[in-house]
Design a protein around this ligand. Sequence first.
Ligand code: GTP
Ligand code: MG
Length: 223
Amino acid sequence: MATVNDSRLLQQPSQKDAADQNFDYMFKLLIIGNSSVGKTSFLFRYADDSFTPAFVSTVGIDFKVKTVFRNNKRIKLQIWDTAGQERYRTITTAYYRGAMGFLLMYDITNQDSFSAVQDWATQIKTYSWDNAQVILVGNKCDLEDDRLIPTEDSQRLADELGFQFFETSAKDNINVKQVFERLVDVICEKMNETVEGDGGPLTSLKDSNFQDSSMEGHSSCAC
Ligand code: GTP
Ligand code: MG
């Protein structure tokens, strides 16, 4: 996955990806957080099982598609990797709409990235669907000697915000798969609750960009 040129900033999934209808559900997920916390590295680790120490800051937004199996269901994940730099904020927040899940990432060795978590949570509240599920991710846990953010502080913040919480390392492949699996599971749980309950989130989904492919013909996730 290369970073995109300015002319392609508002891209959509390619024809080939969009045409792949071999799945039961499709979930749109976004990775957000300050620049350099490791969002792109995290996605590369998950999708390609690769890692590079070089830092190439993402321009705008990019995505990867990965299909997972949960309880005999084929779930296609469209995972959007956003630029953390402030100057791309208008572009990246345009993609929040219709997202079912967010990975809100900070770097356990970077105080600013942790201090910004509250602001990122506000952005989610402002621009996304009300029932979007969020996991707080403290990345770079391989750098224990440089740690500035105690695990307990992050857990407390996650509890306050109502988010799940994991510490991870894209470098050493710690908790990467687990984070995505947990996010898929909480989305499935939420969808099932909705079908049994008030119908709110699914009503919202009808207005979102899930409608074109993910929700067509499906009323609930039986994961
Ligand atoms: P933007 O695209 O600017 O928003 O940054 P980003 O959040 O995508 O960060 P990126 O993945 O490009 O990583 C930034 C730097 O951190 C790179 O040099 C990575 O190699 C490094 N990095 C990412 N994840 C880890 C990790 O788990 N451990 C360590 N030690 N370094 C990491
Ligand atoms: Mg990036």
